[in-house]
Write a protein that binds this ligand. Structure first.
Ligand code: FBP
Length: 605
């Protein structure tokens, strides 16, 4: 008979409620590195001060951008700042700093708060703004106590403050933001977000300068997508490392399962709204059978049909050597990069911008289609008609507040599966059209064709995204975010406004920079209108990371050389890895360990 567990064990299990699992308890105590610019002579954490570097940051179309951000550009002269130790500079006291999260969660947000709190150093106060930009408009502000920070140190999620995606755009909203800042006597406002949220930060900084509001605005680069980056000045945003390690574990498991069960192709859509950086990193980590990179598809001007042909070609070649399983990676934003789909989405955006309300009021998909089709060009109407109803419905769904198509809800992985299956069934029915010599035909022996006709294609679809956003940060993201918080706090205390906190040189002790936000802004078409937004950093096809991938993908596919990197490690030899794309593109000697300064136990009091 089974023994009754002791009361002691009962109480141990119940005590793990409320974020007290054994791992959460252990992770809270993990030390964090502190870059030397944040250390005083006594070895204690101190806010840094800043000096001008010889580097400037200007985006394309600078003259127009300068008309939109005249005040902040005049103030910063587009010069990048660098942190230096405080030295004998007098401490700053009595400042009140507000912070909010904006957009999708990303691992490490809570350590930004810890870094901010450490920079404010007990001499200044930190205030949380609940529910993102909406809370800023509605003055939903509360004081953060050091004790609260200690409980969330090194833990994932954005739940401590909450988040949302409100775009601050109308004069009334800007007025409300000003009211919140004045009412709470904030000297600084820190916005933790991606490209759209940092665009908000750039506009608020400019507005405060125009209105004479004495409140510094600082952005923090957050997004699992990795597209809030600025070359060597800011190799990556926080959250990317954790998300890609989680996705790589899961894709690695699928690789392993595919090779074990030998019956499925797993088609996996990976988050990352526009850029394929997540997909590229996961591909480099896991070496699957097929990986699509949106930026390459746009560059090669590949149609949906050509993409399907490319995948089917690899499936067919693998079949010839007896492999009828594998993993296919698809970036979330793919549809927006396929030329004919891009044109269609552009036209839909224009129609929706003009007739949003009319379309919304129509009750059925068929009514919506009847309304929209006549407004599309004949080629786009044809493309739209070739898509399954569910995809059409998703393409005419509401845009988010920033005018983005909600690509996470477009089931590209299912669309591809449908098209691949159809193409393979055609090949089985008409082998003479697809096999043989010349053109794009596949060379195969009569036996190989006969084998192909006997085999079936079994597929499973997956979408990995939300699973990767709120996990406990990796050691890298935990360290990176703590430093970003220290940087943002230091910038506010130094009276700087309109900058984004940045960390670079992850392999050499860390270099702390402040990038002028207006220097990151460019103009883009949203909802059919030109808007000023921070430029997304996409996969560059001449980058070392893409080159390594492109040079090896065929070998990975034809020899089934997949990897399964396993779960995130918080201790031990693989706990300090840097994202592969960062190590490759920054020219680091290795990806195995980051060096961001001496590690210490963090006590926020
Ligand atoms: P952020 O850029 O705000 O960090 O969001 C990233 C992201 O996770 C994208 O990868 C994805 O397309 C989107 O958020 C999903 O948004 P939502 O949380 O609104 O469903």
């Amino acid at each position: 008979m089974a023994q009754e567990p002791s009361n002691d064990l009962f109480s141990k299990v119940t005590k793990t409620a409320g974020k007290h699992s054994p791992l959460e308890e252990a992770i809270r105590k993990l030390p964090l590195p502190v870059t030397s610019v944040f250390l005083g002579k006594d070895g204690k954490i101190r806010p840094a001060v800043f000096r001008e570097t010889g580097m400037t940051l200007v985006c394309k179309g600078h003259e127009r951008i300068a008309e939109v951000f005249p005040k902040t550009i005049a103030k910063s002269r587009s010069i990048i700042l660098e942190a230096i130790p405080r030295g004998e500079a007098a401490p700053v006291r009595g400042k009140r700093v507000g912070v909010l999260f904006s957009g999708g969660p990303a691992a490490g947000g809570h350590n930004v708060l810890a870094g901010l709190s450490a920079a404010l150093n007990g001499d200044n106060e930190l205030f949380g703004i609940r529910k993102g930009p909406k809370g800023l408009i509605n003055a939903d502000v509360f004081q953060i106590r050091p004790h609260d920070i200690q409980t969330i140190l090194n833990l994932g999620g954005f739940d401590f403050l909450g988040t949302d995606r409100t775009k601050i755009k109308t004069p009334e909203q800007f007025e409300k933001v000003k009211e919140t800042v004045l009412k709470n006597k904030l000297d600084g406002l820190v916005i933790v977000g991606g490209d759209d949220s940092n665009t908000n930060a750039a506009f608020i900084a400019e507005y405060f300068e125009t209105e004479g509001v004495n409140c510094c605005v600082i952005g923090i680069p957050k997004t699992i997508d990795g597209d809030m980056a600025a070359g060597n000045y800011l190799p990556i945003s926080f959250g990317f490392d954790t998300a890609t390690k989680i996705f790589s574990e899961l894709v690695g498991n699928l690789n392993q399962d595919a090779a074990s069960a030998v019956k499925y192709y797993h088609v996996v859509k990976l988050m990352g709204r526009t850029a394929s950086k997540i997909t590229l990193e996961v591909a480099l980590q896991t070496k699957p059978a097929v990986t699509l990179i949106s930026e390459e598809i746009a560059e090669k001007d590949m149609s949906l049909g050509q993409i399907v042909d490319y995948i089917v070609h690899i499936i067919t070649e693998r079949r010839k050597i007896g492999i009828n399983h594998g993993v296919i990676l698809v970036p979330e934003g793919l549809v927006e990069f396929i030329p004919e789909m891009k044109r269609l989405i552009g036209e839909l955006n224009t129609v929706l911008a003009e007739y949003e309300k009319d379309v919304k009021d129509l009750p059925t998909l068929q009514n919506k289609q009847e309304f929209i089709y006549p407004h599309l060009s004949p080629p786009s109407a044809q493309v739209m008609a070739s898509l399954p109803d569910e995809i059409q419905e998703m393409l005419i769904l509401d845009r988010d507040d920033h005018g983005n198509v909600k690509v996470s809800q477009i089931e590209t992985e299912k669309l591809l599966i449908e098209k691949i299956r159809y193409r393979i069934s055609e090949m089985k029915r008409h082998p003479d059209k697809f096999f043989g010599e010349g053109g794009d035909r596949i060379e195969a022996t009569a036996q190989q064709i006969a084998d192909f006709q006997k085999l079936s294609l079994s597929t499973q679809s997956h979408f990995l995204g939300y699973e990767g956003r709120s996990s406990k940060p990796t050691r890298f993201d935990a360290a990176f975010t703590f430093l970003l918080g220290l940087t943002a706090g230091s910038l506010v205390l130094a009276g700087k406004t309109g900058y984004m906190a940045a960390v670079t040189n992850f392999d050499k002790g860390g270099r702390i920079l402040a990038l002028p936000l207006a220097g990151l802004v460019t103009s883009e078409m949203r909802k059919g209108k030109e808007e000023f937004v921070i430029e997304k950093s996409l996969v560059k096809l001449d980058s070392p990371s893409f080159t390594v991938f492109a040079e090896n993908r065929e070998r990975w596919a034809m020899q089934d050389l997949f990897s399964s990197p396993g779960a995130i490690q918080y201790w031990g030899p693989t706990s300090r890895q840097i994202p592969l794309i960062v190590a490759l593109d920054q020219g680091y000697a290795d990806f195995g360990t980051f060096n961001l300064g001496e590690e210490r136990e963090i006590k926020i009091d």
